[in-house]
Design a protein around this ligand. Structure first.
Ligand code: TYD
Ligand code: MG
Length: 460
């Protein structure tokens, strides 16, 4: 390591440069370059764990002969967590759990590890952020103090490696990967080099021992700590834990998953006793819906393979003076809202050009799919005209630029969820109507154009 030379590494994405740059050419982050020492090809971490080279030539295997061993999956005890993973944790998988500080990553993984301990045997929670006393207190609150849950407060990777080799835990958490460092590496803890090398070493250990490894990663923009983006390439699965700090909902999403789908969403609620699974998200999201309010529409959206009813709210009011009208969108796709507004203006003659429009999807949920268009359009029109859409109505459909309402996928799933929660009327694309089996108690209002939907729901 003696002859390592200096390089500058973007702390956001890991891009390397021989000189300092104000802006990263790879990820466009500003002021993200920090000087680090280049590590030799096989870093010290690699040497510690002994990457062995076998002699002799490598023989390619005919793919036909490769036997696909069924992945062994262990349920984690939290069904919502399993759903996102693709049905339990795979032996040897390395899972990165990212999220803002305080969102509940440590809580989630402590609960997961406690129940993995009960099924797998001894498991190890390594923390570089909290002491055993702190974690013990939390574990008691969570009722997660199983006899097979072991704890180690450590940040030195060489010590961690020794502990792993000596104790052979059946699952491991490293909380957080940014706090771990290898003493032989000349870079500072939390730097891209450290984070990458330490993660790679833990990954090699997990693969060799066939043990699942969970890495906690902080998401920061400051550039002080390496963002988990550098890690995303290395690990098997990347999960993001998110939600508004003020509300108790927490959503777990997979953005990368070598062992399962990436579109599933786990929904949790942060309670006094830790994270609890939300069995019926629709009910929760609609719990505080104001009765018969103008500008509020319920959309039967899909979160992965699961239908979830969400409330979208719009507020439309005249723009002050001669200013440019404001458009503020949270929880929905800004560009789709812009299209919907243009279509309402042009095809349905709504005068939105002089109106501020605010759109919000309630509960910190994000609805990005085009199927939300019709609901968005109705919410905006309902607010503009001050006519409520009706308490018992849901609306779903994609809106095209010509004002046509286009069909959506999985309509029966969406509608049965709506019927389950007591909705009696569904505005749907007419093109979806044929052959559609409607759930009991739900009447369909098929529409071909956005104007028809306005006529049905928010006529003055
Ligand atoms: P934590 O898991 O420490 O977050 P992270 O590891 O992502 O930084 O959780 C932080 C918050 O969760 C903390 O503000 C308190 C809250 N919390 C509860 O509301 N209930 C609980 O049972 C626990 C353990 C935490
Ligand atoms: Mg934490």
């Amino acid at each position: 390591m003696g002859r390592s030379k200096a390089v500058f590494v973007c702390q956001e994405c890991g891009h390397e440069s021989p000189k300092w740059l104000g802006r990263c050419p790879a990820c466009s982050a500003w002021n993200a370059f920090v000087e680090e020492r280049a590590s030799s090809a096989a870093g010290p971490a690699a040497r510690t764990l002994g990457t062995q080279k076998r002699n002799g030539e490598a023989r390619p295997l005919r793919l036909l002969d490769a036997r696909a061993a069924p992945e062994e999956r262990t349920p984690t005890g939290l069904r919502e967590f399993d759903r996102v993973l693709g049905g339990g944790i795979v032996a040897g998988a390395v899972v990165l759990v990212g999220g803002d500080p305080g969102i509940g990553k440590s809580t989630l993984l402590l609960q997961v590890m406690n129940s993995l301990g009960a099924t797998l045997g001894p498991v190890l929670y390594i923390s570089g952020e909290e002491s055993a006393q702190q974690v013990r207190l939390r574990a008691e609150r969570l009722g997660a103090v199983g006899g097979d849950l072991f704890f180690l407060a450590e940040t030195d990777l060489s010590v961690i490696e020794a502990a792993l080799a000596g104790n052979r835990p059946r699952a491991v958490v490293v909380d957080s990967i940014q706090t771990v460092f290898h003493p032989d590496l000349p870079a500072a803890p939390g730097s891209v080099t450290q984070v990458r090398e330490c993660a790679a070493a833990l990954l090699r250990w997990g693969k060799a021992a066939s043990v699942p490894v969970f890495l906690v990663g902080h998401v920061t923009k400051s550039g002080e700590l390496a963002g988990p983006r550098v890690l995303e390439h290395i690990v098997d699965t990347v999960l993001y834990f998110e939600g508004e700090r003020q509300t108790s909902f927490r959503l777990l999403r997979a953005v990368k998953n070598r062992f399962g789908p990436t579109h599933e969403v786990g929904i949790f609620e942060m309670t006094e006793a830790g994270l609890s699974e939300v069995e019926n998200p629709s009910r929760l999201f609609l719990a505080e819906r104001p009765p018969n309010a103008a500008g509020s529409v319920v959309i039967p959206a899909m979160e992965g393979t699961r239908p979830v009813l969400v409330e979208v709210q719009a507020l439309v009011g005249s723009t002050n003076f001669m200013g440019t009208p404001r458009r503020l969108v949270t929880g929905a796709d800004y560009n789709r809202v812009a299209i919907v507004l243009a279509v309402l203006e042009k095809r349905a003659g709504l005068a939105l050009g002089s109106q501020d429009v605010y759109v919000n999807v309630v509960g910190g949920v994000r609805v990005q799919e085009p199927a939300a268009d019709l609901g968005l359009a109705l919410a905006v029109a309902s607010s503009l005209r001050n006519v409520p859409v009706g308490q018992d109505t849901v609306a779903v459909g994609e809106v095209g630029l010509a004002g046509e309402v286009r069909s959506v996928a999985r309509l029966e799933y969406r509608l049965s969820e709506a019927a389950k929660l007591g909705f009696t009327r569904a505005v749907i694309p007419a093109t979806n109507r044929e052959g559609l089996r409607l759930p009991k108690g739900l009447a369909a209002v098929p529409v071909r154009r956005v104007e028809e939907a306005l006529e049905e729901c928010v006529a003055r």
